[in-house]
Ligand binder design. Structure first.
Ligand code: G1P
Length: 296
């Protein structure tokens, strides 16, 4: 079986209540780190990994997200007339090929597994990547590319993983490790948000490459942690049925942009990574820290 991965699912149906009131009218995926929406970081990462078809699982109120991917002809022509080629370039870099994006609605908020399952007819019988836009990862090569490279070697199903402090494991899918090969671990189980006795401190981070059989497992629409249909459970079923599931300890820094603190940290990191901002911004941050220390 070919190990090419050309499709990716972006579950973007969540309400983003943690960012109210901002998310009252703006989908959380449109919120920006410096000047790019979260969704753009996810798309850029997918493109770098060779993804050609982008499947968004949306919900009511996400119209702005669909509009974001329209080509802005008026804006492009006025920038062109004004000779603002640098801005034109930035804008064009966000344009997607016609027909490369599909939108599917998740009609009920039944969980991440259900959101992924909603895309099943568009995916068909092939491996598919899943990117959770809340998890922004700064890494070179980008995380999904690292995963696809690892997946070429291993096949099976693969999740991105990283060590988290033991008390944080209850917020994640957690791997039960059968074999630790360094960057890659083979899992013998996976538990969604374990309330106690986590099988390890290796948490699942929002990047997946799913074997086609995971979609079949999702067909059972089994309720799991929090009463939701969990992607973690459908992946754990793979192991139960004797198929391979791996975790990749990716190289890079992950930000939990689903939380305010994580979002602010990402803003600082991505701000400092920008040539045109880093001097002024780092000077400002140093001043802020000095003032805090002086006040203590
Ligand atoms: C989801 C998954 C969880 C994973 C996490 C990574 O949880 O269900 O297994 O560890 O993303 O961010 P959520 O954070 O959406 O509750």
């Amino acid at each position: 079986m070919s190990r090419k991965v050309t499709k990716a699912i972006f579950p973007v149906a969540g309400l983003g209540t943690r960012f109210l009131p901002a998310t009252k009218s703006v989908p959380k995926e449109i919120m920006t780190l410096v000047d790019r929406p979260l969704i753009q970081y996810a798309i850029d990462e997918a493109r770098a990994a060779g993804i050609e078809e982008f499947i968004f699982v949306t919900s009511r109120g996400k119209g702005a997200l669909e509009d974001y991917f329209d080509h802005s002809h008026e804006l492009e022509s006025s920038l062109k007339k004004a000779g603002k080629n640098d801005l034109l370039e930035i804008l064009r870099s966000t344009n997607m090929d016609s027909g490369a994006i599909a939108y599917i609605r998740q009609h009920k908020a039944l969980g991440l597994g259900h959101a992924v399952w909603c895309a099943r007819r568009l995916v068909g019988d092939e491996a598919v990547a899943v990117i959770l836009t809340d998890d922004v990862i700064m890494g070179e090569p980008p995380c999904l590319q690292q995963m696809i490279e690892a997946y070429q070697e291993t096949g099976g199903t693969m999740v991105a993983t990283m060590e988290v402090p033991a008390e944080k494991t209850k917020s994640y899918g957690v791997l039960d490790v059968a074999e630790d090969m360094g960057a890659i671990v083979r899992a013998k189980g996976m538990v969604e948000k374990p309330k106690e006795n986590p099988p390890s401190n290796l948490a699942v981070i929002g990047r997946y490459i799913l074997a086609p059989t995971v979609m079949e497992n999702l067909n059972k629409l089994k309720q799991g942690a929090g009463g939701e249909i969990q992607l973690t459970d459908a992946i754990a079923d793979e192991i139960e049925e004797g198929r391979d599931v791996f975790g990749l300890r990716f190289r890079g820094q992950r930000f939990d942009c689903g939380s305010k603190a994580g979002f602010l940290q990402a803003t600082v990191a991505f701000g400092l990574a920008r040539d045109e901002l880093k001097d002024e911004f780092s000077e400002y941050l140093a001043d802020v820290m000095a003032m805090r220390r002086a006040a203590e």
